[in-house]
Design a protein around this ligand. Structure first.
Ligand code: MRU
Length: 354
């Protein structure tokens, strides 16, 4: 890793074993780090989005099991208490399947001891970065074949870069790859109300990487697509069902509808850990309902009148027939062209691929 690479989540052994989180609540104004040593602090960090983004949550889940085991050793927890606290981490947010996946992957290793759990959690982190880099190459290749233009104008929503992953990014990784290939003209980054992951985080990353972009209001995105200003939209995912229906940050489905109308490719990019073959369709995905207060505030200031109530689903589901391509590190499938209730089996994580 080069010195200026962003690392949102890392394991550190010194001064005490901990998860080091770049506190995303404070960005872009302050670059501060949290030293997580307890389950309470980790659950709080996940719930308040100090750490966020599906792949980063996968790492938080896996490393969180080590935090629970270390705290158990310090405080003399019973097996039942350990189980309860690991479940608290697993359930800290419901939509991104990666969180539960990360916990479930390392949990069986607790029988072999804390160091075995840590070793596998660290492997998961390394694998996530490799998956992101590979899916970025595949996604950039797919777009290059599909779109007859040398330099692409890309729309994106929420934040899918290094901050949302262990490194490099997913949808953002494809954008970065296009930029590296000299095949990117401009990024339209949606601001992403109410927590402004696009305006605060994606723009921060794009500036860090020297990638030309504009930030637009979420409400502008459909019109930008219909006006012909965008060659493709690329988003990340929190959970992809077996048929390709995809949960991602609220607002994503509006972009997909506009893309379908305009004939603009709509692409979902995610590591295979985000594919949930146990969930048949999008209607089976639990959508996180966050506090309505988040919608009534702008930068901590209440803007709605007293008495107003907020409605704050954090994610939405884009039906697979609106998705031109889903890219994981294992390949690309085209759900709109080839509907199949088990389509994602082709690019999911399977025992043979591990
Ligand atoms: O609520 P957040 O900020 O965790 O939501 C994140 C997203 O919706 C991302 O698009 C998704 O997790 C993919 S991150 C590579």
């Amino acid at each position: 890793m080069s010195d200026n690479e962003i690392r949102a989540i890392e394991w550190r052994d010194e001064p005490v074993p901990h998860i080091r989180l770049l506190d995303q609540r404070a960005l872009p104004a302050h670059e501060t780090y949290l030293q997580i040593t307890t389950v309470d602090d980790l659950v709080e960090a996940i719930g308040t989005l100090a750490v966020r983004g599906a792949p980063a949550l996968g790492a938080a889940g896996a490393l969180g099991v080590v935090i629970a085991l270390d705290q158990a050793a310090r405080e003399g927890w019973t097996d039942a208490q350990i189980t309860m606290h690991i479940e608290r981490i697993r359930d800290a947010r419901p939509t991104a399947v990666n969180l539960a996946w990360g916990v479930d992957r390392v949990r069986p290793l607790t029988a072999r001891g804390r160091d075995a759990v840590l070793a596998d959690a660290r492997r998961l982190v390394t694998e996530d970065e490799a998956a992101n880099r590979e899916l970025s190459r595949l996604g950039a290749d797919w777009l290059g074949h599909r779109i007859g233009r040398d330099r692409l104008r890309i729309g994106t929503h929420c934040n899918t870069g290094a901050l949302a992953t262990t490194a490099w990014g997913t949808a953002y990784g494809i954008i970065h790859e296009l930029h590296t290939r000299g095949a990117l003209e401009l990024v339209y980054a949606d601001e992403t109300r109410p927590l402004l992951q696009g305006a605060r985080l994606t723009s921060w990353e794009l500036i860090h990487d020297g990638i030309p972009h504009v930030v637009q209001a979420d409400g502008a995105a459909a019109s930008t697509i219909l006006r012909g200003l965008v060659d493709a939209v690329i988003i990340g995912a929190d959970r992809i069902a077996a048929d390709g229906d995809t949960a991602n940050k609220v607002g994503s489905v509006a972009l997909a509808l506009a893309c379908a109308r305009a004939g603009v490719p709509f692409v979902v990019a995610a590591p295979s850990s985000t594919v949930d073959l146990a969930t048949a369709t999008g209607s089976d995905i639990t959508i996180e309902d966050r506090s309505g207060e988040e919608v009534l505030l702008v930068a901590g200031q209440r803007v709605a009148p007293d008495g107003a109530r907020g409605f704050n689903p954090a994610f939405d589901v884009t039906p697979h027939d609106l998705i031109d391509a889903i890219v994981t590190e294992h390949g690309v499938v085209e759900p709109a062209r080839e509907p199949d209730p088990r389509l994602l089996e082709r690019i999911a994580a399977t025992p043979e691929r591990l």
